[in-house]
Design a protein around this ligand. Structure first.
Ligand code: GLU
Length: 426
């Protein structure tokens, strides 16, 4: 199997057909700048000691300190973290944030650890990577199965090590520890603004558009609710256990309430305080992807649509809310079927954009209202979506390639500003 990083690099090669970069810049972007592997010893609640494998990768810092989340997941490998750091580099450039890209991860199933164990693990991870991160070096944030509380522990541990309260070292923190209003919902908000900007261009109306969403976590559940309130018909959702499909549409707010209360997905409609079961089918995650809907939103993990199932995908529009849900082999198959893919590095960039706002607020010491955060997010995402749409029209290429071209121009300028072969030879 090709590594995730070499697959990610294929997107770069494709975009390079449309934009001229100096050889130095291309060379620079092929490999991560620095990768750190750590073994984190954790005292477990039963007194035993377990050692967990952790990573932090800083991919490229030509445009500023590196930025990216930390995930806790059993499938975390160095290769995965490197490719996620690659995507962060392009994502930050797409949104014109003054950041490079990074990512971190710890290989574990967080559901098997107690809260105390998770705290010791998070603090132990920071002990080992403290010299690799910093508000002007590299700034971690939440990702899959990490949350505000974990970010709070990480910031606190870093501050203890430095003997200085340093809120700007981590974003996605709890609000009383310097977090930003709107960060928790930012990924979904950003995706929603992108979809809303593109709907008129795609000549579609929300109330005649059906949607299937894979993943019901921080991103998936919130985007489901935003779309529901905007009049879209959300007909299928799933979590790691499986999914539900109701062609007449699901009542997302009541489904979220049910999920919070029971930890499972149940198709109910609530009126007042009464909830009724609605007719629905139980489907698998794989089946959800192949439903006949207008919009498909993969909002879980990478590599969900590959050469193996791409031919079965029926949705004409796919918005990637997860990072890397479609691999490059599947890209070609979807394109040949006329399916339009709106890429992760644009669609899910709302999270890192509000992380940037959080970092700015931490450094200035002045905090914004929720309206201000969401307004600035909307302005930024809408602006960059319009530019990428125009690039795709102009070059006659996919939105993914257009987004990479858009980011590459900015990355190229930053790398070239330091001098390239041409400058030294002339
Ligand atoms: N983990 C998120 C992402 O993949 C957010 C990163 C951040 O806020 O730095 O975009």
């Amino acid at each position: 199997m090709t590594s995730l990083l070499s697959d990610a690099n294929q997107r770069l090669d494709k975009a390079l057909q449309y934009v001229t970069l100096r050889a130095d810049a291309v060379e620079r972007l092929k490999m991560p700048k620095a990768s750190l592997t750590v073994s984190i010893p954790v005292r477990m609640d039963d007194g035993s000691l377990r050692v967990f494998q952790g990573y932090r990768v800083r991919y490229d810092d030509s445009r500023g300190p590196t930025k990216g989340g930390v995930r806790f997941h059993p499938n975390v490998t160095l290769d995965e973290v490197q490719s996620l750091a690659f995507w962060m580099t392009f994502k930050c450039a797409v949104l014109n944030l003054p950041f490079g890209g990074a990512k971190g991860g710890i290989t574990l199933n967080p559901k098997q650890l107690s809260k105390f164990e998770l705290e010791r693990l998070s603090r132990g991870y920071i002990d080992l990577i403290a010299d690799f991160i910093g508000p002007d070096i590299d700034i971690p944030a939440p990702d899959v199965y990490t949350n505000a509380m974990i970010m709070g522990w990480m910031m606190d541990q870093y501050s203890t090590i430095r003997r200085q309260i340093t809120p700007g070292v981590v974003t996605g923190k709890p609000i009383p520890m310097g977090g930003s209003l709107g960060r928790e919902t930012a990924t979904a908000m950003g995706a929603f603004f992108t979809i809303q900007t593109l709907m008129p261009k795609l000549e579609r109306q929300p109330n005649s558009t059906t949607v299937a969403i894979q993943g019901f976590g921080n991103a998936g559940a919130v985007i489901a609710e935003l779309l529901f309130h905007a009049g879209y018909r959300v007909v299928a959702v799933s979590d790691s256990q499986g999914g539900i499909y109701a062609p007449q549409g699901l009542d997302i707010p009541s489904l979220r309430r049910q999920k919070e209360a029971t930890r499972g997905l149940q198709a109910v409609y609530c009126e007042g305080s009464l909830c009724n079961w609605v007719e629905h089918q139980i489907i698998s995650n794989a089946e959800l992807l192949e439903l006949q809907v207008d919009i498909l939103i993969p909002a879980a993990l990478e590599n969900q649509i590959t050469a193996e199932n791409a031919a079965q995908i029926q949705a004409p529009l796919i918005f990637e809310v997860a990072n890397g849900p479609i691999n490059s082999a599947a890209d070609a198959i979807l394109e040949s079927k006329g399916i339009q893919v709106f890429p992760d590095i644009l669609v899910n960039a709302g999270g890192v954009t509000v992380s940037y706002f959080e970092w700015v607020q931490n450094r200035s010491g002045y905090y914004w209202s929720l309206e201000e955060v969401n307004q600035r997010l909307q302005t930024k995402i809408t602006h960059e979506t319009e530019l990428i749409w125009a690039t795709a029209q102009e070059l006659g290429c996919s939105m993914r390639t257009a987004a990479y071209v858009h980011a590459l121009k900015r990355l190229g300028e930053a790398i070239q500003a330091k001098g390239t072969q041409e400058d030294y030879q002339s």
